[in-house]
Design a protein around this ligand. Structure first.
Ligand code: ZN
Length: 143
């Protein structure tokens, strides 16, 4: 149980909400990319471990679009740690990272290919498009 004193400050809470909102933008971009590539997606993914952000309909392929802050993109400038309440954040981030690993293992053990796309990669470059394109080809989802 968290003590009241370890709760994030109002300013931090505001930032947390903002980060969460931004997280949807990269997802929309990847969705749009898949639309252009004519990769068909399953509309509902709730039945799978970790509820992947996107699941390909024609292959067992789960795609996560991870926010760099919450999911701790290694080496990324956006994976900052707030200066206050460090123990709160360490615990929170640790839980997130462990859950992500667990979910990926669970999906792979069900025979799923799993791709993790970091939000900053979607914002920055076309590299991620090329990576997803070649993965889609490798899985036989597109020609
Ligand atoms: Zn990042």
């Amino acid at each position: 149980m968290l003590k009241l004193a370890t709760r994030p400050s109002p300013a931090t809470s505001k930032r947390m909400k903002a980060v969460r909102r931004e997280g949807t933008e990269p997802e929309l971009r990847v969705k749009a990319l898949f639309g252009r590539l004519q990769v068909r997606l399953d509309p509902k993914n709730d039945h799978l471990p970790g509820k992947p952000d996107l699941v390909c309909r024609d292959a067992d392929w789960a795609i996560f679009i991870h926010g760099c802050f919450w999911h701790r993109h290694p080496g990324c400038g956006k994976a900052t740690t707030p200066k206050t309440n460090r123990s709160f954040w360490a615990k929170k981030f640790g839980e997130n990272v462990r859950r992500d690993r667990r979910v990926i293992r669970a999906l792979r053990s069900r025979g799923y290919s799993v791709s993790v796309v970091w939000a900053c990669q979607v914002e920055k470059s076309n590299k991620i498009q090329a990576r997803l394109l070649s993965k889609a080809r490798a899985l036989g989802v597109i020609k």
